[in-house]
Design a protein around this ligand. Structure first.
Ligand SMILES: N[C@H](CCC[C@H](N)C(=O)O)C(=O)O
Length: 267
């Protein structure tokens, strides 16, 4: 039996179990059944995912991310914001960070304006696929984005699952975002997450994809520093980006992240 010290974090209601492996390794990521059970809201601690904070040569740290199904996921934007908050609470107090995530290197910084806000630079998006009624892109994780007249009557779980498992995406799966088409900002985004296989209260890479799709749908002019506020079920996030035709760089995902509780258990 090993003692597992854990920390629970949330960023706009997307919640994560954090394990500090900066000094010693407890989990190597092969413990699929255990991670799934830890993330279970009845049999475990309960979370949308689990993150191992680890050292990595040339970086301040690495975030190794697992979805609630116990398998390694792709990039998690809210998880990254929580990981920076976690690293800070462990004493890594810097005004900016350089870290490694599932989709490669990232920069992060503290908001100068808002206390408790963490800002992550996302990978550039150089390709956006346009379907008849959807956009599809990789913001570190694959995201399908569909605009809706209204979201209030939408069954996110049912519709999201249907798209995630349809012929086009079944092989690798996709996250699915439904975006309110109301002309005024903030955008409203509801997300079904692959790997959690349920609706989550917020998804950082999904909100990033929704903001990018919005600039295309509403034909925003190319400009540096386009800012799009987004309302999720768990709170407000903000996306800033430089747009040049269909290519997006300097994409920053900004929002709150905080510790909820900590504890330990034997594994
Ligand atoms: N919640 C995450 C997305 C996790 C991606 C994961 N569901 C996958 O497709 O592996 C976020 O804030 O970006």
């Amino acid at each position: 039996m090993k003692l597992l010290q854990f920390y629970k974090y949330q960023g706009t209601g997307n919640d994560f179990i954090m394990i500090n492996q900066m000094k010693s390794t407890v989990l190597d990521g092969s413990e699929t059944a255990l991670i799934k059970r830890l993330c279970d809201r009845r049999f475990g601690i309960g979370a949308d995912g689990l993150i191992l904070l680890q050292p990595k040569q040339g970086y301040d740290f690495e975030m190794d991310y697992f979805n609630a199904d116990g398998h390694r996921g792709s990039m998690c934007g809210n998880g990254a914001r929580c990981t920076v908050a976690f690293a800070r609470s462990l004493g890594l107090e810097q005004s900016s960070y350089y870290f490694f995530a599932p989709d490669g290197p990232h920069r992060a910084r503290l908001s100068l304006k808002k206390e408790g806000w963490f800002e992550i630079e996302m990978s550039d998006v150089l390709k956006v696929e346009r379907g008849q009624d959807y956009f599809f892109m990789d913001t570190g994780s694959p995201h399908y984005v569909r605009f809706e007249e209204t979201l209030h009557a939408l069954n996110v779980e049912k519709e999201g699952r249907h798209i995630r498992y349809n012929e086009q995406f079944a092989a690798t799966g996709t996250n699915v975002n439904f975006v309110s088409a109301a002309p005024s900002l903030p955008l409203q985004v509801f997300t079904y997450e692959r790997g959690v296989e349920a609706e989550t209260l917020s998804c950082g890479t999904g909100v990033t994809a929704a903001a990018i799709a919005y600039t295309l749908r509403h034909k925003l002019l190319d400009e540096p520093g386009i800012t799009i506020p987004v309302q999720t079920k768990g709170g407000i996030l903000e996306i800033r980006m430089d747009k040049k035709e269909d290519r997006y760089s300097k994409i920053w995902l900004c929002g709150p992240a905080e510790e909820v509780f900590q504890g330990h258990l034997y594994i």
